[in-house]
Design a protein around this ligand. Structure first.
Ligand code: AQP
Length: 337
């Protein structure tokens, strides 16, 4: 049986943090032997929010290097940069022309991000889900690992597939575009901000103190954890809705230490509050990130290595993507060159 194909990516909108690692990349790594994997750095998506052109290329390289540092093996998985394959932008245009505007206007993430961005909202933000659909459909992916926040976008992708295949491929035995399925983890890690336990840790949060970057040094990590938001209650507990920061920090410790909730709860019962817990959490985070950081500097210091990985990724991914694009254009009736 051929392996099922997976596609996923992270936007190079800033420095990757432990939320990106625990919520996404770590799961890709754990499952990579089971699937045929395509992992891209979705740099075209990064333009849907105001961005700094002086940083985009560097963040793109850093994100790709961090995929490898976190355990994505270029021998097992195809790693590439979205904008290196022009088929992503081209398929987006073609799918735009068959996607009703009101499908996009009802996307929750658009509404939420549009409010955040205020007057700077660009048309790309509305179109983000069509670009995401193109990313997935170009590779005829079977499965797409998504968190709750992306489920609606995957539904939209599926609606686009059904519409396209019905309108332009009803006479074919094999559908032109494959209907992808969401791959939703049973237990998802949602890491919350260090400065507000009710909002998720995010690359674009203006406060550096709200997140721990994968490349933060030990002193910075210790400082961020020492200063992170807590409360005045001495007892440490999970699942108290009035204490989101407490739940977040304990969960982070449980995930990174590999201990169960019950074991962490028992360990914390003997502690004298945050003064005991925070140094333990800091040490655990530092030790967990240390191998990733070591590998990261190996990757970026080996001359030409990352460029070779991205070139091989571009060639392999590009061959599949342009074949799909050709089929789509043919179905739409274009005069092919
Ligand atoms: N706090 C989080 N906890 C768990 N998972 C998270 N992810 C992001 N933040 C957390 C997961 O990381 C992957 C990559 O996300 P993305 O870069 O495509 O965009 P995002 O989800 O919007 O991530 P950020 O860090 O919040 O970036 P900005 O600030 O640019 O919007 C996704 O799989 C996501 O679920």
């Amino acid at each position: 049986m051929p392996k099922q194909r997976i596609l996923s990516g992270v936007q190079p909108t800033g420095n990757l943090h432990i939320g990106n690692y625990l919520g996404a990349i770590r799961n890709w790594v754990e499952n990579q032997v089971n699937y045929e994997n395509f992992f891209c750095v979705v740099d075209l998506h990064a333009l849907t929010a105001p961005h700094n052109p002086n940083e985009l290329a560097e963040h793109t390289r850093r994100t790709a290097a961090l995929y490898i540092a976190c355990g994505i093996d270029p021998q097992q998985s195809t790693i590439f940069v979205q904008s290196h394959i022009s088929a992503h932008a081209e398929l987006t245009w073609l799918l735009n022309c068959i996607t009703p505007l009101n499908w996009l206007e009802r996307m929750i993430q658009f509404k939420e991000k549009a409010i955040k961005q205020g007057e700077n909202v660009n048309a790309g933000l509305l179109d983000y889900p069509v670009l995401m659909a193109s990313d997935i459909l170009l590779y005829q992916a079977d499965l797409v690992p998504v968190g709750e926040d992306q489920k609606q976008h995957l539904e939209l992708t599926r609606d686009i597939v059904v519409r396209f295949n019905d309108q332009f491929g009803s006479d074919r035995d094999v559908p032109i575009l494959k209907l992808p399925e969401p791959l939703i983890r049973k237990e998802g890690a949602r890491v919350m901000s260090l400065t507000d336990g009710t909002s998720k840790m995010s690359k674009s949060d203006p406060s550096e103190m709200s997140r721990i970057h994968l490349l933060d040094d030990a002193d910075t990590i210790a400082k961020k954890i020492k200063r992170c938001k807590t409360d005045t209650i001495r007892e440490l507990e999970f699942d108290n809705p009035d204490r989101p920061e407490c739940h977040n920090l304990l969960s982070l410790y449980a995930i990174l230490s590999g201990k169960t909730k019950e074991a962490v709860q028992a360990e914390c019962a003997d502690m004298r509050g945050w003064g005991d817990f925070k140094p333990l959490l800091a040490e655990t985070v530092i030790n967990s990130l240390q191998p990733i950081q070591t590998k990261y500097y190996e990757v970026v210091n080996e001359k030409g290595y990352l460029d070779r990985v991205l070139k091989a990724g571009r060639e392999k991914a590009g061959a599949i993507a342009f074949e799909t694009l050709k089929q789509v254009k043919s179905a739409l009736g274009f005069l092919l060159p």
